[in-house]
Design a protein around this ligand. Structure first.
Ligand code: BMA
Length: 340
């Protein structure tokens, strides 16, 4: 048996479906009942996608990108007993400032949800004179207090690491432009207090593999393992009909996550099913969260499909890590300029 270990709590009720016979390619398979959240999932919300979930009090809680019927995205909360069937709250999350006064972003999309020590952090993309990272914290999922803008515009796809490294919070992000950004690498930054961020380091760049040759961006919160930080991210290719968003995997050094130990040259999942190829934006698979059980290595990956649906895929974390290692190709653009 492999010595691979997930360094995270056990989650006995991780959403799960057995591996189908005859699976080829990466060891990851879609939930047969996808999508798990369909169109018009709540009053005033046309579509929910690119959303994040986390185990909470024996069940699951999620923060969802809800595209309202006026076209403006906000973050909605949802609860689920099994991680598959969700009850979405009617009202979007009301954010407050440090004094408890209302403080709403103009819009908010692509939330990630990460627990560090006893605090839950939501990280999203918002308007701060252009696309920028928004953050808030909660301990009870009732009060959501905004945190200072961590980075200048333009930036998207920020994801916090689930623990401090050497006493510092660590965050991945993808500096970008104000539009449908035609470039983008993943960087990591650190902070002692979640207010001042610095020591920015390049983690990895877009690649020459077609499926991630335009840009890449963080996906789910990095997962601590005995091999390093397992990172599920998205990679984008350009075609004559627009961008295609696939899911990729890499393993970063546990003490210095700017170092890429392994990076899979193959996509893990790419749009193939009707709900990934057809929708508001066709050909998008966009991972934002995983739920993983350290006892069994079972792992559920939540991804947005075609900017229209929430979907689930499953894998065994140890098999996935072995696949990433077996097909690893770390290149010069995965190192920092001037460093080897
Ligand atoms: C990106 C983000 C994602 C979206 C993707 C495809 O720029 O806006 O939310 O899924 O485009 O439209």
């Amino acid at each position: 048996m492999s010595k691979f270990k997930l360094i995270s709590p056990e989650v006995a009720n991780v959403p799960w479906q057995e591996k189908p016979e005859g699976l080829t390619g990466a060891p990851i398979w879609r939930y047969s009942e996808n999508p798990v959240i369909g169109r018009n999932p709540a009053e005033g919300v046309a579509r929910i996608f690119n959303s994040a979930v986390i185990p909470y009090e024996g069940a699951f809680i999620g923060v969802f990108r809800g595209e309202q019927v006026n076209g403006i995205p906000y973050i909605y909360m949802g609860r689920s007993q099994d991680g598959i069937h969700w009850e979405i709250e009617k009202e979007k999350i009301s954010f407050v400032d440090e004094n408890g006064d209302p403080f709403m972003p103009v819009y908010a999309y692509d939330p990630r949800l990460v627990k560090i020590e006893d605090v839950y952090y939501i990280i999203w993309c918002q308007d701060f004179y252009g696309a920028a990272i928004g953050m808030a914290k909660t301990t009870d999922f009732k009060t959501f207090t905004r945190i200072e803008n961590p980075f200048l515009p333009f930036n998207r796809n920020a994801v916090l690491f689930p623990r401090k490294i050497d006493g510092k919070f660590m965050m991945l992000s993808r500096p970008s432009d104000s539009g449908h950004t035609p470039f983008g690498d993943i960087f990591v930054s650190e902070s002692k207090d979640m207010v001042y961020w610095g020591k920015h380091r390049h983690v990895m760049g877009k690649s020459s593999e077609w499926w991630e040759s335009v840009k890449i961006g963080g996906g789910a919160a990095p997962i601590e393992t005995s091999e390093g930080w397992l990172l599920i991210y998205h990679g984008v290719s350009g075609t004559c009909n627009g961008y295609v968003y696939s899911i990729g995997g890499a393993i970063l050094d546990i003490d210095n996550p700017s170092i890429v130990k392994y990076r899979c040259e193959n996509f893990l999942l790419t749009p193939e099913e009707w709900y990934e190829e057809r929708g508001f934006v066709p050909n998008v698979t966009f991972p934002c969260a995983t739920i993983h059980d350290s006892k069994t290595n079972k792992m559920a990956v939540y991804y947005g499909a075609a900017d229209s649906y929430v979907c689930l895929a499953f894998t065994y974390a140890d098999e996935l890590a072995a696949y990433i290692k077996e097909h690893s190709m770390v290149r010069e653009n995965d190192t920092e300029i001037g460093r080897r």
